[in-house]
Ligand binder design. Structure first.
Ligand code: TYD
Ligand code: MG
Length: 455
């Protein structure tokens, strides 16, 4: 029997399967597996046999040469997410939903880096040059020394890069690029992978930094940016709600700096503007003390960030009450509801629960547990927390409260924004000279009893 010639790849996570199925075993995504022509090389191709390769040169870990310096652009939020500027010969992936502002950000970044003295090339496979020029004009960047190309053939692009030798090249987007050595269509897992591989190895060899744009795809035949995450040094995601003007550039992987660092931008008529004081932005428009509204003192990357957590609890006529969380993990919400019910005797049966992080922010810190619990209780009991109070702390399944890391930084930021008190776990270390009064509790039942008289 002839051996199967094609492979079945998942467009969400890139896993290869020997046959088609409706659901990818590796990532659990439905309807993401597509049939593709096999690669002529790489794992699964013919074995190397007895033929020898050339020897690989070995070097020591210690080196006398100093690493080439990073280049900082005029966009401080962009530099911060990269870990303090662009590292030479690095490969960066910028993922995000279509229309969120990736092209705008990277055109601005390319211009800023070009103005900082780097030779920058912007290659677009999505728009006509005239469109990009029009956008540059609108952003006030028409005079920036960025070179522009419209091309999708990677062979031609690499030839151009070889001749031009830029310091940084933006490829917008990796899903539009194609290699003539790969049989499948542009945007397929094989093409996207091969194109990213060619570009990153070229970048390392030639000492050029490459920034790849990757659209997050919801379904269908186009491979998502996750397929190339492992090949690049730095993975950034550009997030935000379409309805909000805030955009967050988040580092999820960084070989040259801290992961989880964020940069905050605002989409304006003149492109993306940096937000120097995000806490003030995320707390703007907060009304007088309202039941269900709590200010969480969080940490995003290396920076403290205050934001508002809102909860709404309402009786439901349905037997299955709704649990909805925007900007916070739904599973974590269920856990906190269960702890409130089991440990504090505060039931949420027959009640719809809605939780929302204001401003379109997404938080994943466990330190937000206590703020979420406080918002839920405040909404349920219809009692507002004192206005000048921030909340943070982790809740364990036993109902005990654990102090969160970086208490000092959180309190400093709260003090800066005019908050005078903080509710948190016993054992939190305020640090010297904290202007914010600490109110601590050892566990959730004690907190619930004293603040809300419930439980
Ligand atoms: P774009 O960068 O094209 O998104 P992506 O490359 O991620 O698909 O941005 C598209 C959106 O940004 C579009 O809806 C218009 C908006 N926008 C502004 O609001 N102001 C601007 O100055 C620019 C250039 C775009
Ligand atoms: Mg774009």
């Amino acid at each position: 029997m002839a051996k199967s010639q094609t492979s079945f790849n998942c467009t969400a996570c890139g896993a290869s399967h020997s046959k088609w199925s409706g659901r990818c075993d590796a990532c659990g995504e439905w309807n993401s597996i597509v049939e593709e022509a096999p690669l002529s090389s790489g794992p699964g191709a013919k074995s190397l046999g007895a033929k020898r390769g050339k020897t690989v040169a070995l070097t020591d870990l210690s080196s006398t040469e100093a690493p080439p310096p990073r280049t900082t652009s005029a966009i401080a939020e962009f530099d911060r997410v990269l870990g303090g500027g662009l590292v030479p010969a690095s490969a960066i992936l910028v993922g995000g939903d279509p229309g969120i502002g990736k092209s705008t950000l990277l055109l601005q970044a390319a211009a800023a880096l070009a103005n900082a003295g780097l030779k920058a090339v912007y290659v677009t496979g999505e728009e006509a040059s005239a469109q990009v020029r029009m956008r540059a004009q609108r952003l006030g960047l028409a005079d920036a020394p960025v070179k522009l190309a419209t091309e999708t053939s990677l062979r031609d692009i690499l030839t151009m890069l070889e001749a031009e030798r830029p310091d940084v090249a933006v490829i917008d987007s990796i899903q539009t690029m194609w290699l003539d050595t790969v049989e499948s269509a542009p945007g397929s897992v094989s093409q996207v992978r091969a194109a990213a591989h060619e570009l990153t190895t070229f970048a390392k060899k030639r000492g050029m930094s490459v920034i790849l744009v990757g659209h997050v795809t919801k379904e269908g035949q186009i491979a998502g940016p996750r397929v190339v995450e492992h090949m690049v040094d730095t993975v950034l995601y550009f997030e935000g709600e379409r309805g909000h003007q805030f955009r967050i550039l988040r580092a999820v992987k960084n070989r040259f700096g801290p992961a989880d660092e964020i940069g905050v931008f605002e989409m304006t008529g003149m492109g993306l503007a940096e937000v120097a004081n995000p806490s003030a932005l995320f707390l703007a428009g907060r009304e007088d003390p309202t039941p269900g509204s709590v200010v969480f003192a969080g940490i995003e990357g290396t920076r403290p960030l205050l934001c508002e957590i809102q909860a709404l609890v309402a009786p439901t006529p349905h037997s299955q009450p709704r649990r909805s969380a925007v900007g916070w993990d739904g599973g974590r919400l269920a856990m906190i509801l269960a702890v409130l019910e089991a440990r504090c005797g505060v039931p949420f049966t027959g009640l719809d629960v809605y939780l929302n992080v204001a401003g379109g922010l997404r938080i994943s810190e466990p330190a937000a547990d206590l703020a979420v619990a406080a918002a839920l209780l405040s909404a349920r009991e219809d009692v507002a927390l004192p206005r000048e109070t921030v909340v943070f702390g982790e809740i364990s399944l036993s109902g005990a409260l654990r102090p969160a890391g970086q208490t000092e930084n959180r309190l400093k930021e709260a003090g800066k924004l005019g908050f005078s008190a903080a509710i948190t776990a016993a054992g939190a270390k305020p640090g010297p000279g904290a202007a914010v009064e600490l109110k601590t509790w050892p566990d959730l039942p004690a907190f619930v009893g004293e603040m809300f008289g419930a439980g």
